[in-house]
Structures are given as structure tokens and as C-alpha cells.
Ligand binder design. Structure first.
Ligand code: ADP
Ligand code: MG
Length: 695
């Protein structure tokens, strides 16, 4: 009988790709949990999680040789080290002073790693690798550097060091150690890429790619490893889409015939003319609705491009054919806003088209009334939140299901919504922010896409300006001036990633400061994720009762408040470009000139370059693309929930890789529809589909 090799036995449990990551030496239950937050559950996940970059180091022993902004390895002696809590963000950290031979000191801080204060002691020689920055008062500083004790033996530091993505409490250097321990299992990884595909595209075998990915022999080896793993990832996604599409093609929907008089009435009832992009998207939708296949379309649009009107046109057509429409939005505020917009767009021209709202905040009697109206077919358009799928809402004759800001819902929630009727309704999803074309193809490859890349005419671009910390007073001046002119302002608090609770706390502190010290003469309101009366506060702001709304980033500020003309974003450097663009889209919704002020609390060169892009660029699609290139991280539009890694994201910069992966996936599935000959691929695809279903 074959026995497992000794090298792959760890703590009595076998180190195999499918084993939970906890079998890796050094990963205890706590770390297992934290790794889970990075999407690493199994040994395979750990192995496939390549460093996102490498830091080249120059070893330096005298601080006078260091240049701010440079990557360096510095070897010195610990002078002092201690654990500390930061007041501002309530972070635990370790702070150290490291001396060089000439007596100069380097200040080091490790966020979220206060334990290091007990690992290193004064007098120890340590090597630190990372970026040197100029701290307050001109001193040299390193933040979160790699670190290692310098003993007699040659140190790893000084070579190329892998940098893995970190999460609260898991430093990159630890992940590097675990990867080393897990590498023997690489030989047992099953390849999801068929051999002929691999050969055709000159891709490394999986085990080799994993080894080169973590311990490359050369830069070329590293690049090949990345390309190969990215290809496999995109290939698996595309194979999953083929299966999803095939499933949809086996379903039937009731066709909703196109009627010219409906669209004429719809246009006549609108307070504006449709833009060309809206017209084109509406046309795409009408063509889909006429088919017996259920529509499965994504409206991919810039912020403020008018996606709601397109959905309303579809609802009108469905209504004319005797079908109901249901629209699900991620928050109550958005659902209410939709209610008003749909009524505004539709009720004038279509007297029988009743629009109703269902959210959990309604009184019981009202909920009952709405449910009855839906079940009897009297309500033609039902707008709501999760309540739509959580409560036992039934629709007499559902023809069209619409989901707004679709990335905030999982596949399962979308499925539950679709299941509200008897048959299979047509389905329309809308994005919150524009998604670059390649990303849309990589994430939503099973859907047809309409792009809304045009803003309604007459909007003046929001004047956007990056403000350095010294300029804060001027920013407040602008708020005062606009409020004095009868307008309103948003102030977005810096992002605190650790938790919503901390974020809400920090926002409360900032709110108090603004209320008492900065704008004592204005009326301010605060809204954050932990606040129960969110909707009341938002409604008060929308009604003009408060002048300045202080909000956290986690809170949905997606309300339409045309009278707001200032968007002031604190800690703008911590947000992604797409998110900044989304915030900016909250103002500039009227004829008044609007302003967006980006305050950087850490004005590094890199941050400023990114922010200046928002200053110049007003096209959301282009900003999203730049964000994808610059951050390379799956922060965009739920890419992470989908399981798209940085590697996959990075690969999207080479669209030909995506189309090749797509073609190969299609031809593999054409030849082997149930993937009987490709068990590893079959498994990978079902993992991806499951992941999508629970996200
Ligand atoms: P989003 O695509 O961000 O969801 P909305 O549908 O909320 O955008 O529309 C943004 C604003 O633009 C709304 O106030 C809407 O009434 C208005 N709007 C939509 N289409 C047009 C248009 N063609 N002309 C003028 N205003 C429009
Ligand atoms: Mg919208």
C-alpha cells in the first residue's frame, strides 16, 4: 500500500491541497480564521495565493545613506520597542527605535502587530526591509517593514522578498513562512488546464508555476508563473459562464412583445429626453424581452447616467403586456428613491401602472396591503429591499425582475427574486459604478451587457480639487460659502477598514469636532452604519432640514439630493478611484456648480498621483480602469466576492489572455459538455459557482 511521504505529514494530518489550511505548520485555529478573511481556506488556496509583488532591497547600515521613498534593507540595533494603542484609529501597534552604528535612529511602526514588541528586545540586531518615509519632524520612518533577527547565519533579508496581501493580524512574512511549509503539497495539485491547452499557450505545469510563483529562479519565471495561474483562473471563470449560460438557455420565459405606442407614451411622460446611450440600452432590453429565452442583461453605467429610466421603460413594456415588475435595491433609502423615480417616470403616462414599496420598516398593515396588491396583480411595479425575498411576497404575474447595484447581492438572492413568479421572469441587473469592459466580461460573462457611458446633457462637471492637509480651512470655507448660498454639503469620514464599529466611532468623534469647533453655526447631521435612524437622517438631509451631512463610507449615500453642491472627502487617499467617483456623483445633480474636495491625510507621492487623476478625469469607466491598473486589487465591484484574485485582475490588462481563455473554455465544454474527461476543471468550476452563490 502506498504511504504518504514523510515530508507531507504535518502534525498528524496530511498536507494535501484539499486539506484545510490549518494543517500547515504554524497555522493555528486563530490564524486559520484570519486567513479565511483573505479567502484562503485550504492548502491549495494558500499555494495559489502568489505574492502580489517583490521588494528589491539594498542593504544599508547607515541611516545617512537612506533616501526617503526608497525601498531598502536597514540593519541596526533595537534601542527601544513598545506596544501602543493609537487613539485616533484604535489600532494596536508596535513602535520601535532602531539605532545605526553612527547613533542615528530610525522610527519603525508596525500596525496591528503589537506582539512584535515582545519578540524583539533592546540590544538585538535586526534587519528591516521596506519603504523609507520621511516622518514628522524630518525623521526617517518605516511602516510595516519586513523584519528579521540578524544572527550569524546569512539572513533572507537582502534578497528579493515576497510581499503577500495582509489582513488584520496576518503579516506577509508569516504567510511567506507558511507557504514554504506548504510547498511540498504543490506536486499533488491537480491541473484544471487540459494539457493541450497548456501546450498551445506555452503555460507551465501547475506545480512548477506554484514553485516559480513563490520562489522564482528569475524574473521571467515569476512572470510565467503569474501568467499561467491567471490564465487558469480566467479559464475556470469562463467555463463556469458557459455552464451558466447553457442552464439559462434551457429555460423559457414568456415573451413581452414590443409596442411602439408604449415607448411613445413613456417618452412623452418623461421630464427629459433619453440620451443616446439610454435609447440604445432600452432597445437592447426590448429585443431581449421579445424572446422566449429569459433576458439576462447587465446595465453597466456611469454614476448618474440614468439607469433607472431604462428599467422604467422595461417595466412599462412589461405592464403593457400584462406582467408585473419587481425591483430590488440594496438599501431602504435607495428603494424609496426608486419608488419616487418610477412613479415620476411612469404614473403620468400609464394610469393603471401602480408602483408600490415593500421594505421591512413599514407598518404591518401597510405591508399586508402591499403584499395583497402584489399577489392580486393590482400592483404593477413592486420596489423594495431584501424584504422582497425574505418575506413571503408573491406576485400574480411576474414578467421582469430588476436588481439595482447588483454587486451587493449574491447569486442566491438574485435567484430568490427571480423565483417570485410562476414562470421564469426576464432579468435585468444594474451596476452601481461603471465596470471596465474586461472586468465585466471576466465577472459577468454569463450576461449580455449594455453600456451607459454618457451623462445626460446640461450637467456641469463637478469641480474637483485635491486639498493637502494645510488647505483644510479653505475647504471648510467653501462649505460655509455654499451653505450661505442655500446649498448643502456632504462630509465623508476617512475609511477605517478594521470594522464598521470603529468606523462609526471615528465618525462620531469627527462629527462632534465639526459640530462644535468648525461649523458651530450650521446644522449638521451624522449618519453611520451603526445608526438605527439612518433613513430619518437621510430624509432630513434630502428635505433640506440639515445643511451638512457627515457620513461614513460604509453608509449608502446614494440618495439624490440635487441641492447638495459640496462633497468633501476626508482621507481621500484611502479610497479607490471608483469609489471617489461614486461619491462625487452625489453632487452635481442640479444646475448649480458643484465641488468635490479630496483631502489627503497621507499625501504621499503615490496617493497624490492617484487623486490628481480624479481631478482631471470625469469619465467613470476610465477611472475604473485606472483604478484596476494602479491598485491591481480586487476592490472593484465585488471582484473579491467572486473569487477573482489580483492575479486575475492584473491579467485583465491583457485582454487577449481573457479572450483566449474564453475560447479555450468554450471549446473544451463543446467537446466534453459535462466535463467528464476533466474532473479537476469540473471541481474548480463548481467551487466557483458555489462561491458566487454564497457571496
Ligand atoms: P444612475 O444611473 O446613477 O442610477 P439615475 O437613474 O438615478 O442614475 O439618474 C440620475 C439623475 O439623472 C436622476 O435625477 C434622473 O432623473 C436624471 N436623468 C436620467 N436620465 C436623464 C436624461 N436623459 N436627461 C436628464 N436627466 C436625466
Ligand atoms: Mg442608480
Amino acid at each position: 500500500m502506498a504511504r504518504p511521504q514523510l515530508t507531507v505529514l504535518q502534525g498528524g494530518r496530511r498536507l494535501t491541497p484539499t486539506a484545510p489550511v490549518g494543517v500547515v505548520k504554524g497555522v493555528g485555529p486563530e490564524y486559520e480564521k484570519r486567513l479565511g478573511r483573505l479567502g484562503i481556506a485550504t492548502v491549495r488556496d494558500l499555494l495559489l495565493n502568489l505574492p502580489w509583488r517583490w521588494e528589491p532591497y539594498v542593504r544599508i547600515e547607515l541611516l545617512s545613506q537612506l533616501q526617503p521613498g526608497e525601498q531598502a534593507t536597514f540593519v541596526g540595533t533595537v534601542k527601544s520597542i513598545r506596544a501602543e494603542n493609537s487613539r485616533y484609529k484604535r489600532l494596536k501597534m508596535a513602535k520601535a527605535e532602531i539605532k545605526d552604528a553612527a547613533g542615528a535612529t530610525l522610527n519603525v511602526v508596525w500596525f496591528n502587530q503589537s506582539k512584535l514588541a515582545y519578540r524583539y528586545k533592546p540590544g538585538m540586531r535586526i534587519a528591516l526591509a521596506g519603504k523609507v518615509v520621511r516622518g514628522y519632524g524630518g525623521s526617517f520612518e518605516m511602516r510595516n517593514p519586513h523584519h528579521d533577527l540578524v544572527s550569524g547565519a546569512p539572513s533572507k533579508v537582502g534578497e528579493l522578498m515576497p510581499k503577500y496581501h495582509e489582513t488584520a493580524g496576518v503579516a506577509s512574512s508569516r504567510i511567506a513562512d507558511w507557504v514554504q511549509a506548504a510547498l511540498p503539497a504543490a506536486d499533488e495539485l491537480e491541473d484544471t488546464l487540459p494539457e493541450d491547452v497548456r501546450h498551445r499557450h506555452r503555460l507551465l505545469p501547475i506545480a512548477e508555476a506554484v514553485r516559480q510563483g513563490h520562489q522564482p529562479d528569475s524574473e521571467a519565471g515569476w512572470k510565467e508563473a503569474k501568467r499561467r495561474l491567471a490564465f487558469a483562473e480566467l479559464f475556470e471563470f469562463q467555463a463556469a459562464f458557459v455552464l451558466l449560460r447553457r442552464g439559462l438557455e434551457q429555460e423559457t420565459a414568456t415573451p413581452i412583445p414590443y409596442r411602439q405606442e408604449v415607448i411613445d407614451a413613456f417618452k412623452a411622460g418623461l421630464p427629459f429626453e433619453l440620451t443616446n446611450a439610454q435609447r440604445k440600452a432600452t432597445w437592447d432590453v426590448f429585443k431581449d424581452l421579445e424572446r422566449e429565452l429569459p433576458m439576462n442583461r447587465l446595465l453597466n453605467g456611469d454614476v448618474g447616467s440614468g439607469k433607472t429610466a431604462v428599467a422604467a421603460a422595461a417595466a412599462a413594456m412589461a405592464h403593457a403586456a400584462g406582467f408585473q415588475t419587481v425591483v430590488m435595491a440594496p438599501t431602504e433609502i435607495l428603494a424609496r428613491q426608486h419608488l419616487h423615480k418610477f412613479r415620476d417616470y411612469l404614473e403620468g403616462s400609464f394610469p393603471g401602472l401602480t408602483v408600490e414599496l415593500l421594505v421591512s420598516g413599514l407598518p404591518a398593515a401597510e405591508r399586508r396591503r402591499v403584499r395583497t396588491a402584489a399577489a392580486s396583480g393590482h400592483c404593477a411595479l413592486l420596489v423594495g429591499t431584501h424584504a422582497l425575498i425574505e418575506e413571503d411576497v408573491e406576485l400574480a404575474n411576474l414578467g421582469l425582475a430588476v436588481v439595482d447595484e447588483q454587486h451587493r447581492f449574491g447569486v442566491r438572492q438574485r435567484e430568490l427574486l427571480r423565483a417570485k413568479g410562476q414562470g421564469r421572469p426576464h432579468f435585468l441587473a444594474m451596476t452601481a459604478t461603471p465596470i471596465p469592459r474586461t472586468l465585466a466580461l471576466a465577472l459577468y460573462g454569463e450576461m449580455a451587457v449594455s453600456v451607459l457611458n454618457e451623462l445626460p446633457p446640461g450637467r456641469t462637471p463637478v469641480a474637483t480639487q485635491v486639498v493637502e492637509p494645510e488647505g483644510r480651512e479653505l475647504a471648510y470655507e467653501l462649505v460655509r460659502r455654499e451653505v450661505a448660498g442655500g446649498r448643502q454639503a456632504f462630509v465623508i469620514c476617512p475609511l477605517v477598514e478594521e470594522s464598521e464599529k470603529l468606523q462609526s466611532k471615528a465618525a462620531t468623534v469627527e462629527f462632534e469636532r465639526l459640530r462644535t469647533e468648525v461649523f458651530p453655526d450650521l446644522s449638521l447631521a451624522l449618519v453611520h452604519g451603526k445608526l438605527r435612524e439612518k433613513d430619518t437622517v437621510m430624509a432630513g438631509f434630502a428635505a433640506g432640514e440639515t445643511q451638512v451631512l457627515v457620513a461614513t463610507a460604509v453608509v449608502e449615500v446614494g440618495v439624490d439630493v440635487p441641492n447638495a453642491t459640496v462633497m468633501l472627502i476626508e482621507g481621500a487617499n484611502r479610497f479607490g478611484l471608483a469609489q471617489l467617483h461614486q461619491f462625487r456623483g452625489r453632487v452635481g445633480r442640479s444646475a448649480h456648480q458643484s465641488y468635490c474636495l479630496l483631502l489627503a491625510d497621507e499625501p504621499t507621492e503615490e496617493a497624490m498621483t492617484r487623486l490628481r487623476l480624479v481631478e482631471k478625469e470625469h469619465d467613470g469607466f476610465r477611472l475604473a480602469e485606472a483604478d484596476m491598473r494602479m491598485r491591481g486589487v480586487g476592490e472593484l465591484m465585488g471582484a473579491r466576492q467572486h473569487g477573482l484574485t489580483d492575479r486575475g485582475m492584473e491579467a485583465l490588462a491583457h485582454p487577449e489572455l481573457l479572450s483566449e481563455a474564453r475560447e479555450e473554455a468554450e471549446s473544451v465544454l463543446a467537446a466534453d459538455p459535462d466535463l467528464e474527461e476533466h474532473p479537476a476543471l469540473r471541481e474548480a468550476v463548481s467551487r466557483r459557482l458555489e462561491l458566487a452563490a454564497i457571496s
